[in-house]
Design a protein around this ligand. Sequence first.
Ligand code: SAM
Length: 252
Amino acid sequence: MEKNKEDKLSNLNFDKFRALARDNSLSMYEKIGFYDKFREGKEKVIFEDILTKLKNLSGNGKTVIDIGCGCSELPVMLIELCRIKGHHLILIDSKEMLDQLPDAEFITKMPAQYPKDCEELFKNFSGKADAILIYSVLHYIVEEINLMEFLDKTMSLLSDKGEILIGDIPNVSKRNRFFSSKSGIEFHQQNNNTEDLPEVKFNSLENNQIDDAMLFFILARCRNSGFDSYLCQQDASLPMANRRDDILIVKP
Ligand SMILES: C[S@@+](CC[C@H](N)C(=O)[O-])C[C@H]1O[C@@H](n2cnc3c(N)ncnc32)[C@H](O)[C@@H]1O
């Protein structure tokens, strides 16, 4: 891997993503922090998996919010679905990311770091969102803001029967379980063309990494706030299904 690119795609945060979005030497997948091999040709199955969980997207005339939408094919597929279904779509990300996406009368672009710069969103859309997508973003958001504040504010946006999908959460506990298993070792050896064993760490400090405990906390926090919550598996065809989890939150 090219060293310069490795530097660009590591230690990402909101401001580094802005710089990636402006960098036209990068592919659309690299602009959102992924090496091409993780997204190229795979975003359609990711979108289909999202549709199995966010059922309200299949209705008509809904209010949909995509937080940290990025600029690859995934938000474009969501835009097309919203056009067909007559949804109002609110896209939240940096201006640099949003500028890469098309405009349309049913789209509201909110250039903002969520939730801290989103007063207008909370003022106008409290209790009104039918579907909220936060895909491959939680691990960046929790580095910036208290997890409880993020959860409580996001739940406050939901309408009755509204849904939030916090998807593609890297779970270090799941990763460790996978890479300690026979199939995980084979996966590592085939993908890296090596006889070495994957590195797995149990009972050690995993600085700033999301683990099972954090996911179970999210589930409990939502349930205790009057929302249903579920830990969901990704379809096995998704590029990181062996080490990522999804959480679905539903207002009864
Ligand atoms: C890994 S990309 C995922 C993009 C898209 N959701 C997808 O899965 O294709 C993370 C995105 O979240 C955005 N992001 C990170 N922190 C954010 C925040 N606090 N508020 C809004 N967007 C954020 C980044 O700018 C970037 O576009």
